[in-house]
Ligand binder design. Structure first.
Ligand code: 5GP
Length: 174
């Protein structure tokens, strides 16, 4: 596996773009409070760096869903760690995701969140594989649109491995 990996987005490129996204969000919300809702586990690295660069009042919450086994999406979304209504109601929620692929996860999460009556819900994804969309979905903030590649690193795994890479790499096909 390791010999088939190629760097797609370097650590420097990631950090530069994350600073820009943090500014973009700050310009939209000014001094209003926002809740960054990190989609575990993949978005952990991105959420941490985004929040460290966010110069405004904010909170952290986490949700855990799963839909992937190995390289293949099962198509079913399982809510493994739910959110608490009191942390969502009346708040500005920004769902922070590692990657939008079929679009099912974020579409599901936005609908789930809306039932808890937040003040607003937006989505922020580090990566976006537009070509793979199965349901109609557009994230409000996107770090990098990418081609239809299986990527790992910076939180993204292959069977739980490689999340620790500080860059995004892709797995070359034979
Ligand atoms: P969606 O529901 O949009 O199809 O999938 C979103 C989830 O699928 C992501 O949070 C991520 O866990 C997983 N995923 C989609 N594409 C990739 C990929 O290229 N690499 C990895 N490691 N996970 C992916």
């Amino acid at each position: 596996m390791e010999d088939k990996m190629q760097i797609l987005i370097s650590e420097d490129e990631l950090q530069k773009r994350i600073k820009e996204i943090a500014l973009e969000i700050k310009n939209d919300y000014n001094d209003e409070e926002v809740v960054f809702c990190s989609v575990l586990k993949g978005a952990v690295f991105f959420t941490v760096d985004l929040m460290k660069n966010y110069d405004g009042p904010c909170y952290l919450d986490c949700v855990r869903v799963s839909s992937y086994e190995g390289e293949n999406s099962t198509g079913n979304i399982n809510l493994k760690i739910p959110l608490k209504k009191e942390n969502i109601e009346g708040k500005n929620i920004i769902v922070v995701e590692d990657i939008v692929d079929t679009g099912r996860t974020l579409k599901y999460l936005v609908e789930y969140l809306k039932e808890m009556h937040p003040k607003s819900v937006k989505t922020c994804s580090l990566l976006d594989k537009k070509a793979r969309r199965v349901v109609e979905f557009e994230a409000d903030y996107v770090g990098f649109p990418i081609d239809d590649l299986f990527v790992i690193g910076y939180g993204l795994d292959y069977d739980e491995k490689y999340r620790n890479f500080p860059y995004i790499a892709y797995v070359k096909n034979d």
